[in-house]
Design a protein. Structure first.
Length: 108
């Protein structure tokens, strides 16, 4: 299997996993609040991190989808900012990486 094919398999697996987690969070958020008002306060508070998790997941799903689109477009492994090759070791850790290490450092 080529590195590109392997990256695609990993990204597709990651996407599935992220979607399952997103669905689980959506289900949790949909859960009707407990009728007991003292319980309700606790549940509302618990919803805050869940919503943050949902936002984070949505962002990750976006990154993975864009990486898959770059595979289709033949630009996978190139930095979206400077066009340099992204180090294979970096793609190994983060197959959805869109920036080379230099640009990623500048972003933060
Ligand atoms: Zn770059």
């Amino acid at each position: 299997m080529t590195d590109l094919a392997r990256a695609k398999v990993r990204l597709e697996a990651a996407l599935e996993e992220l979607k399952i987690r997103q669905q689980r969070i959506a289900d949790d958020l949909d859960e009707p609040l407990n009728a007991d008002s003292s319980e309700q306060a606790v549940e509302v508070q618990d919803d805050v991190p869940l919503e943050q998790q949902a936002a984070l997941l949505a962002r990750e799903i976006g990154s993975v989808n864009r990486a898959l689109a770059r595979i289709e477009a033949g630009t996978y492994g190139q930095c979206v900012l400077c066009g340099d090759d992204i180090a294979p070791a970096r793609l190994e850790v983060r197959p959805e990486a869109s920036l080379c290490i230099d640009c990623a450092r500048k972003e933060h």
